[in-house]
Ligand binder design. Structure first.
Ligand code: ZN
Ligand code: ZN
Ligand code: ZN
Length: 256
């Protein structure tokens, strides 16, 4: 599978307006992060946050064949307004795969958008762009039920879990076992967020390293990288010492 990272930030793009922290004042292009999204095999888009229009322009993407949604938080679906088939003819007939709940929110926000609706059920594999997607429910948000995807092309297995506090069932750890590449929530470095609950929100990078190590993933890329982390090069250095762990960056290309 060919992967392109369109965006690698958490809910808000980096730098944040008016902030002078180390990340926001960094001159490294890799510290400029837009909302999280990846493109697989030049044709399957996972999530479409508010920056998707400019991601398409910047990376010269003019068309996708299917869109797959993890959940209905703004950083994952608000960009779909800019891609609506009425305005963007290449989107005509493009199916959007989402859960029933994601579609309910989507329809309320963008009624009559003209997208082709495809509903998936948790744990039931579906096909998009010739790949097998298994949606695995995760603990992340009460109001926006969230899934991560296990994506298979017959040769390799990619997991995309951008918004993740924990699995909803302990036994679901099996989905990470020995996978070729795991994209995992990198919103915060040390303490899971928010700290006052263990029911929702985001795992920390430190915990993510433990989980991925336990599951013997071959390679783990942290994405959805937020403000409570460290600049790209420092993070890259920290992760390198732990094994096959890398921070994503906007425009990153990889082959899985
Ligand atoms: Zn998110
Ligand atoms: Zn900052
Ligand atoms: Zn979210």
């Amino acid at each position: 599978m060919k992967i392109k990272v369109l965006g690698s930030s958490s809910g808000w793009a980096l730098p944040r307006i008016g902030c002078s922290c180390k990340i926001c004042s960094s001159t490294n292009q890799k510290d400029k992060r837009s909302r999280p999204s990846i493109l697989i095999n030049d044709s399957i888009l996972i999530d479409a946050g508010p920056d998707v229009y400019h991601q398409f322009l910047r990376l010269e993407i003019s068309k996708v064949d299917s869109i797959v949604l993890t959940h209905s938080h703004p950083d994952h679906i608000f960009g779909l307004h800019d891609l609506i088939p009425k305005k963007f003819k290449a989107m005509k007939g493009v199916p959007i795969h989402g859960s029933e709940k994601t579609w309910t929110t989507f329809n309320r926000l963008f009624p009559n958008a003209g997208y082709k609706k495809e509903i998936f059920e948790e744990y039931i594999p579906f096909e998009a762009g010739g790949l097998k997607f298994t949606p695995v429910p995760v603990v992340h948000s009460k109001s926006a039920p969230t899934v991560g995807f296990v994506i298979e092309d017959g040769n390799s297995i990619l997991c995309y879990f951008s918004d993740f506090r924990s699995f909803s069932k302990e036994e679901d750890k099996k989905y990470f076992e020995g996978v070729d590449c795991l994209f995992l929530d990198g919103s915060v470095l040390k303490n899971p967020f928010p700290v006052w609950t263990n029911k929702w929100g985001h795992i920390s990078i430190i915990e993510g390293i433990k989980l991925a190590t336990e599951c013997r993933t071959k390679k783990t890329i942290f994405t959805h990288i937020g403000h409570r982390t460290i600049p790209h090069d420092d993070l890259s250095e920290l992760l390198r010492k732990k094994g096959e762990f890398y921070p994503a960056f906007d425009g990153m290309d990889l082959q899985v």
